[in-house]
Design a binder for this molecule. Structure first.
Ligand code: COA
Length: 367
């Protein structure tokens, strides 16, 4: 097909139009780059000021210790102490919107890429997605362990164990990202997922011998149970996540925090017996593997797996026992955290927004 003169002219015209549009786009892009530079500069400035604030608070706090025992300065030092606690909460809130450095593990696997999420809503979405990810993989794990109970296939076993290695490894990465973004997840739960990765790896390379088949049925039933417990955990953790988000948006802190706590205790009391069941099972796995390690066909994987199950059992029991007294104290901290946040935000809103007519009239009356 031959091109007519008109077609060529129309293409030239289109390109000229597009070039005009490109000029506008180019100007917008230049402005965007400038703003990015400004943003980087102001982020660095805020980070420096944050470090400075914390450093000076530390010095003031240690100098307070010297004269807080004297009766004449007791009152003023108590006032300053309260001010320091308030400031720490404000700094914590401000830090949430600033980029943070990756921990060692993330630096090793991801390099120095920035994984900070600076917006509260996006943080919430990331955590919610993490919970959903666990829920879906658990569902798949439940189906696979159930089918492994009824079908004896080495290939299916290996696929299941490979999936466990991948799942726990992914959890450790996601949890490290959550940690950088302010999650209060305890060190043990992260360590637990590192240990579970190793445990699943050792299971994957366990030779296909008679000792393996003595442990296999119990291990598959154990996985069915753990998957069901994880569903209960999912319900509880998601409930906490949504309620805590709602708390930050409400105004009557006392009522909502009390409500949250009574819901949380009900959730925990329901979940705890199932967790204990899981821990007993982990101990029993360790015991059975210990017994099996005396079998003449036992390879090194047997005592190692026994030791890993025992470690996981001990860590889980100790951490869960520590959580309960901590939760009892937490209510006061939570009230402080949210009431400080709300009053801080209210103050900021007041500074940002123009005074309301009633405020203006009362101001002018006062003048
Ligand atoms: N895995 C991942 N994250 C966890 C976690 C776990 N096992 N336990 C708590 N967290 C997270 C919470 O989601 C929360 O995150 P956030 O700061 O981003 O909001 C943070 O850690 C602080 O949680 P905390 O208040 O200490 O505990 P909780 O009320 O959320 O949960 C338990 C308490 C006991 C219900 C929970 O730790 C749990 O389910 N533990 C059992 C895990 C286990 O033993 N698994 C094996 C099954 S037998």
């Amino acid at each position: 097909m031959e091109l007519s003169q008109e077609d060529i002219q129309s293409s030239v015209k289109d390109f000229e139009d597009l070039t005009e549009e490109f000029k506008t786009f180019s100007a917008s892009h230049k402005e965007y780059m400038q703003k990015l530079d400004e943003l980087n500069a102001i982020q660095s400035k805020c980070l420096k000021e944050l470090t400075h604030q914390r450093y000076r608070l530390g010095i003031i706090k240690s100098s307070l210790k010297k004269f807080s025992k004297k009766p004449e300065s007791k009152e003023i030092s108590e006032e300053i102490e309260k001010g320091i606690s308030r400031r720490k909460i404000q700094l914590y809130e401000m830090e949430e919107a600033l980029p943070k450095k990756n921990g060692l593990y993330l630096r090793i696997i991801l390099g120095n890429v920035n994984v900070s999420i600076l917006n509260k809503e996006d943080k919430f979405k990331y955590k919610d997605e993490y919970e959903k990810f666990k829920f879906i993989v658990n569902g798949i794990g439940l189906l696979m362990s159930l089918s492994n109970i009824f079908i004896n296939s080495r290939v299916l076993d290996l696929i299941f164990m490979f999936m466990l290695v991948w799942y726990y490894c992914t959890l450790t990465i996601r949890e490290s990202i959550l940690k950088v973004n302010g999650s209060r997840i305890k060190g043990w739960w992260r360590a637990h997922h590192f240990i579970s990765t190793v445990l699943a790896g050792v299971l994957l390379i366990w030779p296909n011998n008679s000792v393996y088949y003595l442990f296999r049925p119990q291990f598959m039933w154990f996985n069915v149970y753990i998957s069901l417990v994880q569903f209960l955990q999912f319900r509880y953790q998601r409930g906490c996540l949504y309620r805590l988000r709602a708390l930050g948006e409400r105004h009557n802190m006392d009522i909502t925090i009390d409500g949250f706590h009574s819901w949380m205790w009900r959730g925990l009391s329901f979940l705890l017996p199932f967790l204990v069941g899981g821990y007993v099972w982990q101990l029993y796995n360790a015991y059975l593997l210990y017994e099996l390690s005396y079998n003449p066909e036992a390879t090194w994987q047997v005592p190692v797996l026994g030791g890993l199950f025992l470690t996981v059992f001990l860590g889980n029991v100790i951490t869960t026992l520590m959580i309960i007294p901590q939760k009892l104290k937490e209510k006061v901290k939570l009230k402080q955290r949210f009431s400080q946040t709300v009053s801080y935000l209210r103050r900021q809103n007041r500074e940002d927004s123009p005074p309301r007519p009633s405020e203006e009239s009362s101001k002018s009356k006062n003048q």
